[in-house]
Design a protein around this ligand. Structure first.
Ligand code: ZN
Ligand code: ZN
Length: 151
């Protein structure tokens, strides 16, 4: 899924708004991290983001990046996406979409398909649970890994 050209600006504005609503300061760390995350669509881990912002913000620590990401998830401007790895992966796109996970190189691609948004949600076996949203993860092999595997 291609990012809108002004996606980063939109996310920065959204982050500033949500921080204000939640009484949080708009720190340069929060700004740089939301900027770095919204510029990419590869669903990086916290460590990968740390590598990306290290050069932009002298002295930023890995711990700060982890903490800022948790805050951004908490105020709903970033989502943590479920994947088969132990490591959390992050996405600046919080509008419902689905993911293709490559089980060989761990690449995560976005997938939007209107047909998936209209699936019939389960009603049995929920034990009183109320579903409010869902997203679907597909595992498989990306094109690069497929060509690597076939002779
Ligand atoms: Zn792959
Ligand atoms: Zn995504």
């Amino acid at each position: 899924m291609q990012r809108e050209p002004d996606f980063t600006q939109l996310k920065i504005r959204q982050m500033e708004e949500r921080c204000r609503e939640s009484g949080l300061a708009i720190t340069v760390q929060r700004r740089v991290i939301i900027e770095a995350l919204s510029e990419r669509s590869d669903h990086p881990s916290a460590d990968q983001l740390y590598e990306a912002v290290r050069g932009r913000l002298r002295g930023i620590s890995r711990t700060t990046v982890y903490r800022v990401l948790e805050t951004l998830v908490g105020i709903g401007v970033v989502q943590k996406i479920s994947n088969p790895e132990a490591k959390a992966r992050f996405d600046a796109d919080t509008v419902r979409h689905h993911h293709l996970y490559c089980s060989r190189c761990q690449k995560i691609q976005d997938l939007s398909d209107p047909a998936l948004d209209t699936i019939v949600l389960p009603t049995a076996g929920l034990g009183g649970f109320a579903i409010t949203d869902f997203s679907i993860n597909f595992s498989g092999l990306c094109p690069a890994c497929r060509s690597f595997q076939s002779p």
